[in-house]
Each structure stands twice: as structure tokens, then as C-alpha cells.
Design a protein around this ligand. Structure first.
Ligand code: 6PG
Length: 633
């Protein structure tokens, strides 16, 4: 075994090197002993070495390492500050790197305490200035005692010979949190983050360094080394942005993976792309799992809702791990289930997000109306929402909205300082285009997407508000009288949002033959995810394919009782100058769906009038098409 311990002067390379040499039973070499006299003289006079000075020194070290490999190995302590120097010393694939790192002040203290060393303490800054983030090996913090530093290093070396249970690609917020969640739940995990000079350097190493309590982790910037570190068949979770990056990552992975390996896409990819990727990996004998993950950073770290679809064999390879890291429902069952074939896991995550958009927008509409129409303070609105959240209206989004209404910055409400332009990453809009493609009315959730679009046109809104002298009007009635109705209206608007989403899921599932299980989907959404709520628990307990969503016990009663309240609230809001797009689309959608005799007869008559498009008649059940000559001309 060859081990190189690197670091700037004063980090304790010799101490660690000697400790490793003793523990591993191989000789210790100090790179300082290999400097030509001219270099030692230069350093003693406080003059930094140039790259040219280092060349002969590095060459002799490389030769020595090769020689020692043949003799059973060695531990070398060497500053090796730049990657170019490290590459020169990488004489063998089995050579392992331990890079000692620490605060400048701590190193400085240690250097001052040292005696009989030719290195001047003032050279430290020049060394730190040229030190480069390593691309391979393991960073070890020197803040611990020498015994702790030795223990961490030995552990790392041991892990190098161990194959990891799982690999995670992408150390963004979600990837890092899921990796730590896996490690905490006893799944050894290799972390990979690409190397982009000056932008993404040592990212995976940093995760290791910041989480020393998780010893079952290894970090990589080299994809091949990352893949080689995994037990076969390999299980790799990609947590990188949706779109072209996924295909590019698969292009890089497929040639270095083997038959039966599994790749999981845990991002918010578009489900049709995922359908295609399942087939792509199938063709090369590998498994692909498009997997929705909901819960944000905290969920990913402590227990998300997980929606894997795609290859069922692939799911079986990670079912245990996913069960361990997911949230648990009220009965303690993991909030993860095999959703169905193809891109169905990403499809239901997309619909989850569109319901999320609708739920967020309804709350935004209510908060705004209560504050500026009814004149409530933010704290009063927060209290109203908190009160609702104690009963059957409880939901994660309600809870965080009540919370954010109390958040102050410098004594002032932060909410009022946040620019009113909502962002979006695509899943809401994809749901809308999918609904259009499948002919499913989606107006309430579509309005949530549109409202974000309208919010983006801030300059135009400002200008038009002046042109049209728009101002919010204060509501004349009392809040006490309105509050029970507002609560009923809110409950119904939420039911409508969910009905719209579940209806789209059912239609697509039936058309594609996915056989989605909606009780189970609702169950895994009862905890961990952003739309977890009391309503979701009721849906999970009572939804059955043969029952229309609005007729679910408990839901039906609220549809009946809340209808008038929602209509009245929307009327009151728009009359007083408040845009309530999701709530108004919701009541229109509901009325449209429960109206037996609709206005569509007029549309059919118009179509036939101007274009001879024909129509069917109520008094002819045969379904025959008629055309009328509407004018004499
Ligand atoms: C979740 C969230 C998460 C994220 C979405 C929506 O379930 O954890 O839905 O996936 O919030 O990407 O983001 P946008 O609002 O930016 O579209």
C-alpha cells in the first residue's frame, strides 16, 4: 500500500505519517529528506521554492514511491500543494491520498510552537496561496487530536477497500441531504460531484469534511473511480438538474457501468423524458428508476416522500434503502411505493407539484385578501391559519404560511420586503400541457401557473395600476361574520385542487395502462411531501377507483356545504379589486362539473350556424348528427 499525506507546512504530516506507518506496518518517508541542498537553503532563508526547484525533488519522490511499492508500500509525508505535483506522484492506481487541512490560525500556532525546523513560519501564507483543492483522496481536518486524525485517516483507508452500497451523483442541496440520510440509516455511500475549475472544486470532499460523524462515506471527483467504489450490481442515484444534464450524465455513465446496474433519477424530470430513458437503459441491460422526491431540503435529510417508477426489478434493488430513508405514515409504513412503469414516478411528482402550486396560490390569495380587504394584521392572519391548522384543514403549507406571517427582519415583516414575482421551474406548466393533451379540464391548477406568470410582469402591473387607478377596496362586512364562510371556501378550493390533480392522474394512468393505485399514492403523500395534509389522509383512507373523487365520504359533504361560500367569497374579492384566480377558477370548474344542462348547446348551435359542424339532439338518443340551414341565404 502506498499512502501520501499532504498539506501545507505545520498541518502535522509527519505525526500522521509516522502514526500510519506504525499502524499499517510499512516504512515512513519524509519528502523533506529528498530535497536537494539548494532547496533546503532557499527555504531556510525564507524564500519560497519555484516549480522549477520542485521538479527534481518530485521526480525523485516518484521514483522512490515506485521502488517502495515493489517492497510492500510506504507512507510518504509531502506538501504536494498543487494538483500537478500530485499527478506526478500518482505512480500507482492503488496509491491513496490523505490531505490535511485546517484554519490558517491553527496552523500558524502549531508552526510557532515547532522548533528545529528549517521552514520559516512566514512561508505559510505563500503555501496556502498556492494550495489547490485536491481532485482525488480524502480531506482530513487537523482540528482534532493527533489520535483522532489518525483514526479518521485509517478509517478512510479501510473504506477504500470496501465497496459502497450506493452512489449519489450531485452534491446540491437535495443530493447532499439524501446522501447524509442514507449514511445515517446505515447505507454506505459514495459521493460524486463533478469538477469544474474555479466553480465546483472539492464539493463532495467538503460534504465529508463537514459531516465527520458519518464514517460510511467516500468522496470522488473522478466518475470512473466513483463507479469503481460501488458494490455490484451498482446502485446510483442522480440528483442533478432535469433536462439535458441527465442525458449527458447517462452518456458518461453507461459506458463505464455493467449489465444489471441501476441508475435512479431523483430530480424533477419530465415524465416523457423518463419514459424514453427507461427504454434506453433497458436496451443496454440496465435498470432505470425515474423517482419523484418531495419534501425539500429538510424532507430529503430527515424523511421525504419518495415516488419511484420505471423498472420494477430496479426498484427491488433499492426498496429496503428507500424505505429506511423515507418519511413514515401514521401507521409507521414508509412513504414510498413502487408507482408503476415508465415515467409514472416522475409523472405523479409533476402532478404533486401542480397541486402544490394550487395550494400555495389559494393561501396567497387568502392571506392577501384578509390583510388588505379585511384589514387584518399579518399576526391576525397567522392566528386564523394556525387555528384552522389545528383541525381537519391541517396541512404543511398552511402551517408554514402561518409561520412566515410572523417572521420579522429588523423589527419589520420580512414578507413585505419580498418582491412579488413568483419563480417556477417547470413542473406546474408541464402538468398543464399534459392536461391539455389528455383533454382534462385543469383550470384551477392552470391558474396557479398563470398567476406566477402574471406576477412576473411587475413593470406592466405597476404601470397599469396607475393607468387604471386600481386600488384594493376595504370589505364592508365584518370579519367575524365572514370567517366561517372563508374557512368553508378555503376547504372547498383545496378539495377542487386535489380533484383536478387526481383526475389527470387517473386519465393518464388509464390511457397508458399504468394501473396506478391512488390510495397508495395518497398514502405516500400523507407525510414527508409538501402537500401532506389532513385532507390527504382522508383521500388515502377513502379513495377507491370506482368512486368519483367528489363523492369520497367526507369530501362530498364539504362540496355541498362549501359551494355557496366559495362563490360568495370570490364575488366579494373580485368586487373589491382582488384577483383570486385559483379560487374563482375553482368555483367555475365545480359549477361546470355539476351543471346538468350547460350552455354548450349555444356553442354547438353557433358551430353549426357558421361552419356546418353538426350537432346531436337531446330528443334523439341514437347520437345521430344533424345539420340545420340556419338562414335563408
Ligand atoms: C417538493 C417540491 C420541490 C420544488 C419544486 C417546485 O415536492 O419538494 O415540489 O420539488 O419545490 O421544484 O419548484 P418551483 O416552485 O420552483 O417550480
Amino acid at each position: 500500500m502506498l499512502v501520501v499525506v499532504t498539506g501545507v507546512s505545520g498541518t502535522g504530516k509527519t505525526t500522521l505519517g509516522l502514526g500510519l506507518s506504525q499502524a499499517l506496518g510499512i516504512p515512513f518517508l519524509d519528502a523533506d529528506d529528498f530535497h536537494p541542498p539548494a532547496n533546503i537553503e532557499k527555504m531556510s532563508s525564507g524564500e519560497p521554492l519555484t516549480d522549477a526547484d520542485r521538479q527534481p525533488w518530485l521526480a525523485s519522490l516518484a521514483a522512490k514511491l515506485l521502488e517502495m511499492e515493489g517492497k510492500g508500500g510506504a507512507v510518504l509525508a509531502c506538501s504536494a500543494l498543487k494538483n500537478a505535483y500530485r499527478e506526478q506522484l500518482q505512480v500507482s492506481e492503488s496509491l491513496r491520498w490523505i490531505h490535511l487541512v485546517g484554519d490558517r490560525d491553527l496552523i500558524w500556532q502549531r508552526m510557532l510552537a515547532r522548533q528545529n525546523h528549517y521552514m520559516k513560519a512566514r512561508l505559510l501564507d505563500s503555501q496556502l496561496a498556492i494550495w489547490e483543492q485536491p481532485r482525488v483522496g480524502h480531506l482530513v481536518a487537523i482540528s482534532g487530536t493527533p489520535a483522532q486524525v489518525l483514526e479518521v485517516s485509517l478509517h478512510y483507508l479501510k473504506m477504500q477497500d470496501m465497496k459502497m452500497n450506493m452512489g449519489v451523483i450531485g452534491m446540491g442541496v437535495m443530493g447532499k441531504s439524501l446522501a447524509l440520510n442514507l449514511a445515517e440509516n446505515g447505507v454506505s455511500v459514495s459521493l460524486y460531484n463533478r469538477f469544474v475549475a474555479g466553480k465546483e472544486e472539492g464539493i463532495a470532499q467538503k460534504v465529508l469534511l463537514e459531516n465527520p460523524e458519518f464514517t460510511q462515506m467516500a468522496a470522488f471527483e473522478d466518475l470512473a473511480a466513483f463507479v469503481a467504489s460501488l458494490a455490484t450490481p451498482r446502485r446510483i442515484l442522480m440528483m442533478i438538474p432535469a433536462g439535458a444534464a441527465i442525458d449527458a450524465q447517462l452518456d458518461a455513465l453507461i459506458p463505464i457501468l455493467e449489465k444489471d446496474d441501476l441508475v435512479i433519477d431523483g430530480g424533477n424530470s419530465f415524465y416523457l423524458d423518463s419514459d424514453r430513458r427507461v427504454n434506453r437503459l433497458k436496451e443496454v441491460g440496465m435498470h432505470f428508476l425515474p423517482m419523484g422526491v418531495s419534501g425539500g431540503e429538510e424532507g430529503a435529510r430527515k424523511g421525504p416522500s419518495i415516488m419511484p417508477g420505471g423498472n420494477a426489478e430496479g426498484y427491488a434493488m433499492v426498496a429496503d434503502f428507500l424505505g429506511r430513508i423515507s418519511a413514515k405514515d401514521k401507521d409507521g409504513k414508509p412513504c414510498v411505493t413502487y408507482v408503476g412503469p415508465g415515467g409514472s414516478g416522475h409523472f405523479i411528482k409533476m402532478v404533486h407539484n401542480s397541486i402544490e402550486y394550487g395550494e400555495m396560490q389559494v393561501l396567497a390569495e387568502l392571506v392577501h385578501f384578509l390583510r388588505f380587504g379585511f384589514g387584518c394584521t399579518a399576526a391576525q392572519v397567522s392566528a386564523i391559519l394556525s387555528d384552522w391548522g389545528k383541525g381537519e384543514l391541517k396541512s404543511f403549507l398552511l402551517e408554514i404560511t402561518a409561520d412566515l406571517l410572523l417572521f420579522k427582519e429588523g423589527g419589520e415583516l420580512l414578507l413585505d420586503k419580498i418582491l412579488d414575482q413568483a419563480g417556477q421551474k417547470g413542473t406546474g406548466a408541464w402538468s398543464l400541457t399534459t392536461a391539455l393533451e389528455y383533454g382534462i379540464p385543469y383550470s384551477p391548477l392552470a391558474e396557479a401557473v398563470n398567476a406566477r406568470g402574471v406576477s412576473g410582469e411587475k413593470a406592466m402591473r405597476l404601470s397599469f395600476s396607475k393607468t387604471f387607478q386600481h386600488e384594493f377596496q376595504k370589505v364592508e362586512g365584518s370579519l367575524e361574520a365572514w370567517l366561517p364562510k372563508i374557512k368553508e371556501a378555503y376547504a372547498l378550493a383545496r378539495i377542487i385542487n386535489h380533484e383536478v390533480g387526481f383526475r389527470l392522474m387517473k386519465m393518464v394512468s388509464d390511457t397508458k395502462g399504468w394501473g396506478l393505485n391512488f390510495n397508495e399514492i395518497a398514502r405516500i403523500w400523507t407525510n414527508g411531501c409538501i402537500i401532506r395534509s389532513g385532507l390527504m389522509e382522508r383521500i388515502s383512507a377513502n379513495y377507491a377507483d370506482q368512486v368519483a373523487f367528489f363523492e369520497i365520504p367526507g369530501v362530498k359533504e364539504q362540496v355541498i356545504s362549501g359551494r355557496k361560500a366559495l362563490a360568495e367569497l370570490v364575488g366579494l374579492g373580485v368586487t373589491n379589486g382582488f384577483a383570486l384566480p385559483v379560487m374563482s377558477a375553482g368555483i367555475n370548474y365545480l359549477l361546470g362539473r355539476i351543471t346538468a344542462d350547460s350552455s354548450a348547446s349555444v356553442i354547438q348551435a353557433q358551430r353549426d350556424y357558421f361552419g356546418a359542424h353538426t350537432y346531436q339532439r337531446k330528443d334523439d338518443p341514437s347520437g345521430k348528427f344533424y345539420h340545420t340551414q340556419w338562414t335563408n341565404s
